[in-house]
Design a protein around this ligand. Structure first.
Ligand SMILES: *Cc1c(COP(=O)(O)O)cnc(C)c1O
Length: 397
């Protein structure tokens, strides 16, 4: 069933988030949940057509599902893409794309500061499969281009803003790379914060587990781009099997409907908290692209329409100060993940980056005092009061 053309080209992104992805729900305003893993065919010819067609629907759950397709249509429209493809998780999306596009002897150039599981995938399994990866400083002009190996570099991977230090990669420069397929992990920006495809990037990827689903009740990934490229990734994905659950796609599509208002509130709160916390004597540094003190603030202003819902802070008191803060906050919760309604604190050095040596951690700026704050939907004054109280009672404060 094709997507009905309810969308006007002039529609603003917040409006598109409401109108998109309604093609498989009949007259129901809420998305229909198609729980089925299998569909009947009319006869032999029909069965053959469905089994051998590209992304053919109403055949088998690993090939396509109408609820998942509605979610994909919605994300594609937000990204300004021809097509989108969903996966069981953000890592399902990343690993499938890498293995669909690269094989033994191929080369990948990737940013050094990446989501820890992405980094682990590129360092571990990729090396095991004979895929060579060169890591570069994504903030350094020309670094990606200088690392390309003509004829061998199949994929270039950037993440912006990056985890955990909110580094920004220049999307125009990255999208201008010639040779490899370019992939941007745009999770921290959400589809409303930046549009990598408009900068010439081939693939824009999200862990929809985060801001898109937005309520900590779905595990999902999604990648957007040109239809031909996604069709070829799809052909591998049915073998890889990181198939998204229709239940999670339903929750994520509900998240899309409120994405604009949530990210607007959360980004404004993040800027307010970042501004206040950078004045606090117990806070040595605040990393947030919306702050003028961020080394790439001007670039962020150029390519982002909001600065995202995550900031990082480095406590002057190091690990001891972190320990105190994490056991003293009451409203703010200690948890990983981001983009949900609750404000969350996570300590990268003892969780996502626990396996690094001290030298590797220092090289990546993951200091013992570094905390990642995912700003939720509470009133920011209550979050700040909670953090201020915890900082004021720290030993030596
Ligand atoms: C969470 C996250 C991922 C992985 O997504 P999952 O849904 O947890 O598999 C990838 N990239 C970024 C930037 C993330 O925040």
């Amino acid at each position: 069933m094709p997507e009905p053309t309810t969308q006007q080209p002039t529609q603003q992104p917040a409006t598109r988030a409401i109108t998109a992805g309604r093609g498989h729900s009949g007259r129901s305003l809420a998305p229909a949940l198609w729980a089925s893993s299998v569909w009947q065919s009319a006869d032999m010819a029909d069965a053959r057509k469905r089994a051998t067609g590209i992304r053919s629907g109403e055949f088998y759950g690993r090939f396509a599902n109408p609820t998942v397709s509605s979610f994909e249509d919605a994300v594609a429209q937000l990204e300004g893409a021809e097509s989108a493809l969903a996966f069981a998780s953000g890592m399902g999306a990343i690993s499938t794309v890498v293995l669909a596009l690269c094989g033994a002897g191929d080369h990948i150039v990737a940013q050094r500061q990446l989501y820890s599981a992405t980094l682990a995938f590129l360092q571990g399994p990729c090396a095991r499969f004979g895929i060579e990866v060169t890591f570069v400083d994504g903030t350094e002009p020309g670094a990606f281009a200088a690392a390309l190996k003509p004829g061998r570099t199949m994929l270039a991977i950037a993440e912006t803003p990056s985890n955990p230090l909110l580094e920004i990669v220049d999307l125009d420069e990255f999208g201008g790379l010639r040779g490899p397929i370019t992939l941007v992990d745009s999770t921290f920006a959400t589809p409303l914060g930046q549009q990598p495809l408009a900068h010439g990037v081939h693939l824009s990827l999200h862990s929809a587990t985060k801001g898109i689903a937005g309520h900590n009740d779905a595990t999902l990934g999604v990648v957007s781009g040109e239809r031909d490229l996604l069709d070829s990734i799809w052909a591998y994905s049915v073998l890889h099997g990181a198939t998204p659950s229709p239940f999670d796609a339903l929750n994520a599509l509900r998240g899309v409907r409120t994405l604009a208002v949530r990210t607007k509130h959360q980004s404004a709160s993040a800027l307010e908290l970042a501004t206040a916390l950078q004045q606090h004597p117990a806070v040595q540094a605040v990393h947030y692209p919306g702050l003028e003190s961020h080394p790439q603030h001007a670039l962020a202003v150029r390519q982002m329409s909001h600065f995202g819902t995550v900031l990082a802070l480095d406590l002057a008191g190091g690990r001891a100060a972190v320990e105190h803060l994490l056991s003293t906050v009451q409203l703010v919760r200690v948890a990983t993940s981001l983009g949900g309604p609750e404000t969350l604190l996570c300590h990268p050095r003892s969780t996502t980056h626990a396996s690094l040596t001290d030298e590797e951690a220092a090289e990546q700026g993951v200091t013992p005092g570094l905390l990642r704050l995912s700003v939720g939907l509470e009133d920011p004054s209550d979050v700040l009061a909670d953090l201020h109280h915890a900082l004021a009672t720290a030993p030596g404060a």
